[in-house]
Ligand binder design. Sequence first.
Ligand code: FE2
Length: 323
Amino acid sequence: MGKMQECPFQRGKFAHQKVIDENGSLFPMVLLPKDDNEECNTLQSFIKSIQANKEFINDQLKKVGALLFRGFPLKTASDFNEVMEAFGWEEQSYLGAASRTRVLGRVFTANEAPLHQPINFHHEMPLFQDFPTKLAFFCEVASSHGGQTAILLSHKITERMEAKYPELVCKIEKEGLIYKSNLPAEDDPDDFLTGWQTLYKTRDKREAERMAANCGIKLSKVCWEGNNMILRSEPIVSIRKVDEGKRAWFNLLAFRNIEEPPILGGGSMVPREAIESCFQIAEEEAVEVKWEVGDIVVLDNRFVMHARRPSKSPRRILVAFCK
Ligand code: FE2
C-alpha cells in the first residue's frame, strides 16, 4: 500500500452508493470500460485487463469490499467462468444447504427459491470454518421488477448493535452463537434451503450423519425427529476481526427468515427485540444494486453481507465462490 495506483477502468456512479471513508470512497466501487479505450471491447481484452490489474483489483476489494464491473461484454455463464479464472482466486467449494446447482466450471445458480421470496442479509457460509473470502455474482438475465442484490458493510452492524446493546454484543463476541437446524428429508421447492438428502447426496440416515460430522461445522448433537434431521452446532465465532480493526457481524441474526434464531454460546436467548433491531439496522445500511445484464459484482465476504430482493421472473443471477 502507499503507492498510488492508476485506475485501469473508468469510475462509474449510481444512485445511493454510500461514502465510506474520508477520501470519499464509494460503496460499491463501480468500474466501467474507459471511453477512449478499445481494450475492453471484447471478452478477451477485458480478461487481459483483469489479469494485468490484479493488484489494483485486490487492493480495492480489500479496501472498499464491493466492486461492480459494468458495461463489459459478458453474456454467458461460460464468459463469467473465464472472468473468474482471470481474477486468479482459487475456487472454494460450496458446502451449505442453499438450493443451487452448478451451471459449468466454477459457476452456480445463485439460489433457486421462488423469486418472490426475499433472502435476507447474510455472509456466505457463515457457520463454516472454511467460508469463501470472496464471491462474485453475475447477471445473466435482469428482472424488470425488483430483484436487486442489496449489500452492506457488516462491521457497521457490529458498531451500531454495540452502541445499542453493549452487553449482548460483548457476550456474542465472547461466547459465540449456537445454531439449531431442522432439515427435512425432501427438498421443498418453496424453500431456499434443500433437504438433507440433497445436501448430503444420500438417502441413508447413518451416511447423512457421517457427512454432517465432516461438513466443516462443529456439531454438538445430531438426532432425528421422524425423517427430519436435527443438527445443533457448537458455539460458532460470530463477530470476526478483519483487517484495519473491522469487526464483521458474522452471524445469522439479521437473517430473520430462519425458524429458530441462534442462542448464545452460554445457553441464553438473544432477545427478540435485539434481533428485530439488527434486522432494521441491516436494512438501513443496505445499498441496492440494480442489475444490468452482464454486470459482475465481486464482494469481500469477510465483511460484506448480501441479500436478494423479491422480483418477478425471469431473473438469473449466477455465483462463484473463492478462497
Ligand atoms: Fe448468499
